[in-house]
Ligand binder design. Structure first.
Ligand code: DAH
Length: 345
């Protein structure tokens, strides 16, 4: 540089650039030396006052100094960001050759495997899935099912009462009344899976919370043959073609006649063994023809319509299907138990 002032600025700038070590400092150096108010730029504004010859040389030197400063700052910034990136990458490096930590995948609880299978079987027969509240009124849980106050059948279902008239449903049967009232006299073909509650001391075969699937079919000319055929199809699909069913007379206030349904024991094929207490059969569910009072109370004329209903314990089906020894296993979430059903899920 011929101009010693420009050379001086350039030297000062270079010195500052050499000693800077952050992007921030570089930016302030840039602004100090090259902003409109900088020494270099104010010298630019004097160009117009110079003689053409002088102006050309002075102008060129100014531009050259400006470019040099700007270029070396940009280079330094780039260098710095590359360095920062390299440091960051080195710090955050992951070793993909390390073995992964143990990963186990979950699966469906056998309860859900069976529930879904039961639902699928009935969907295949043209049933719809209905739903109802778990917190019920006494009216729906009992009265509309032909179980008035003081009926002895109430004793069979020890109940969690919330108030005198509100309780946790003891069975899924109240959904029958809800569905009938909503259907307003039209034919019905539904199942309803859901939780049910009874005050029970929990042991291998009892649980204060369990689950049922309710079934209800109402139409003209429905008879007990339809109930038997439906349940036979269900049992064969759930337990295999070899299973036979047997209908035994029973009593439920909301069905007449009522039946208890047994299936041939899987252990002895109906010959009689210790599992079926020598009878060859194991009880699986309850059902019957919907009682005329229940039809009437829920908006159906029993002279025109008839229907069948059934209720099946989901855990009971799962216990029989898998040979599970204790109902509490479904709820305890012991992975040693659950893992046995992982592949089936
Ligand atoms: N609600 C009965 C129970 O929990 C089971 C049952 C029996 C349901 C007969 C029905 C039925 O729909 O028709 O013990």
């Amino acid at each position: 540089m011929k101009n010693s002032k420009i050379q001086g600025i350039l030297d000062k700038a270079k010195e500052a650039i050499e000693s800077a070590d952050s992007v921030e400092t570089f930016n302030s150096i840039k602004s100090f030396f090259l902003s409109r108010k900088s020494e270099l730029m104010s010298m630019m504004s004097t160009l117009g006052t110079l003689e053409p010859e002088e102006r050309k040389e002075f102008g060129q030197e100014l531009n050259q100094a400006k470019e040099e400063i700007s270029k070396s700052i940009d280079e330094k910034i780039e260098e710095l960001s590359k360095k920062e990136l390299a440091e960051k990458l080195a710090k955050e490096q992951i070793d993909i050759s390390l073995p992964s930590s143990n990963f186990t995948s979950g699966g469906k609880n056998p309860f859900h495997v069976i529930k879904d299978e039961i639902v699928d079987i009935f969907l295949g027969m043209g049933f719809d899935v209905a739903d109802g509240p778990e917190v019920e009124s006494d009216e729906y849980n009992f009265k509309l099912l032909n179980i008035p106050d003081d009926h002895p059948a109430r004793d069979m279902q020890d109940t969690f009462y919330i108030s005198d008239n509100v309780l946790l449903r003891t069975h899924t049967s109240p959904v029958q009344a809800h569905v009938m009232q909503q259907a307003e006299g039209k034919p019905i073909r539904i199942i309803c899976p859901g939780k049910t509650y009874r005050r029970d001391d929990d042991d291998a075969t009892h649980s204060h919370q369990f689950a049922q699937i309710e079934g209800l079919v109402i139409d003209k000319n429905i008879n007990i043959g339809h109930l038997k055929a439906t349940l036979e199809l269900f049992v064969k699909q759930m337990f295999g073609e070899k299973r036979e069913i047997r209908l035994r007379p029973s009593y439920f206030p909301f069905t007449e006649p009522s039946v208890e349904v047994d299936i041939t024991c899987a252990n002895c094929d109906g010959k009689g063994c210790s599992m079926c207490k020598g009878t060859g059969y194991i009880e699986i569910l309850g059902g019957g023809m919907v009682h005329p009072n229940v039809l009437k109370m829920n908006g159906y004329d029993p002279e025109v319509y008839s229907g069948f209903a059934f209720g099946v314990g989901i855990e009971r089906v799962a216990i029989l299907r898998y040979g599970i020894d204790d109902i509490r296993r479904f709820y305890q979430n012991d992975v040693r138990f659950l893992h046995q059903y992982r592949k089936k899920a």
